[in-house]
Design a protein around this ligand. Structure first.
Ligand SMILES: [Zn+2]
Length: 59
């Protein structure tokens, strides 16, 4: 993605990776967010159990 390349040019690879990791951090508890459904492995577990389709993004 061009946007990513521009970001790396501007801030360096370290900053870029930091930002990528932050994308998968839960804003509520700082836990890891599952890339399959966007739910937090820590505080999103109850929500995850209620889902019919555990491995797809809903809403
Ligand atoms: Zn969480």
């Amino acid at each position: 993605m061009i946007e990513n390349l521009e970001y790396i040019k501007k801030y360096g690879t370290g900053k870029f990776l930091e930002r990528e990791v932050a994308k998968w951090r839960c804003s509520a508890c700082g836990g890891i967010i599952c890339c399959h459904n966007g739910l937090c492995f820590d505080c999103g577990l109850d929500k995850l159990r209620q889902k019919k389709h555990k491995y797809c993004w809903e809403e």
